[in-house]
Design a protein around this ligand. Structure first.
Ligand SMILES: [Zn+2]
Ligand SMILES: [Zn+2]
Length: 248
């Protein structure tokens, strides 16, 4: 009884983020890292990354991932990509999954914060914020587009307008994330189109929840370039590790 009362009282003082989103343990001042994670589960920031595509690197001695070092092997259509976290981190995967499938749009504001921090560290001149679209049927099913939710908060924080520049014209299954890089690239080819919004000469910030194979960001950037966008910067909440990308 007393326990229950204590719980109710805590809930009144801390209306949300009472339990760690990963381990489920109740959080108090002594074990709380932030609103959603306990100290044990708080993900670590992606601090050593490829200066070009942003994937995580194992050491500080390296400035570029192997793919970017051998540019030409992989043509990137965007200028730079960055992400505050790594997708291999269990806590990161959990929060992205919850945002996507847990009807948890409220998480977008919290997740946008570190993304904004990372953007501010860059020397990016951004004219407009846009996002990776969902096919209308998928958006209808889910009720929202998680990348659009993130973009909305980023746009607000940076005080830069958000525009809908892209649409998904072909429905692709989510299981496509399990495919290899080349298969994924082929599968996505021609599945995005411009909405008709004028982006000529503009520097665009493209927002997505996660970058795994770079295929989505790359295909979207290709279309934005066709619309004559000048520079394209990609920001995601999480990215892959450059040393073991194939496993994602
Ligand atoms: Zn925890
Ligand atoms: Zn790279």
């Amino acid at each position: 009884m007393l326990d229950k009362l204590k719980k109710i009282m805590t809930r009144l003082v801390f209306p949300d983020g009472l339990c760690c989103i990963l381990c489920g343990k109740e959080m108090f001042n002594n074990n709380r890292a932030d609103k959603y994670y306990c100290r044990n589960c708080m993900p670590k920031r992606n601090v050593h990354y490829c200066r070009l595509c942003g994937v995580g690197l194992p050491t500080t001695t390296q400035n570029f991932c192997n793919n970017c070092l051998n540019i030409g092997k992989e043509d990137l259509n965007f200028d730079y990509a960055r992400a505050p976290y790594l997708y291999h981190d269990e806590g990161v995967r959990k929060i992205i999954h919850t945002l996507k499938y847990g009807d948890a749009q409220y998480l977008a504001e919290y997740m946008a914060e570190p993304m904004v921090d990372v953007i501010k560290e860059q020397d990016w001149q951004i004219d407009a914020v846009t996002y990776v679209p969902l096919h209308w049927r998928k958006k209808q099913k889910r009720g929202y587009n998680q990348s659009e939710c993130l973009a909305k908060h980023i746009s607000r924080s940076l005080n830069i307008p958000m525009i809908s520049t892209l649409k998904k014209t072909v429905y692709t299954k989510t299981s496509a994330t399990k495919l290899g890089r080349e298969e994924r690239r082929k599968l996505l080819e021609g599945t995005f189109a411009l909405t008709g919004e004028n982006i000529r000469g503009m520097n665009i910030l493209l927002v997505d929840d996660v970058m795994t194979s770079k295929a989505t960001a790359n295909e979207c950037s290709k279309i934005l370039k066709e619309g004559k966008a000048r520079h394209i910067f990609v920001i995601t909440y999480a990215t892959s590790r450059g040393d073991s990308e194939q496993t994602y």
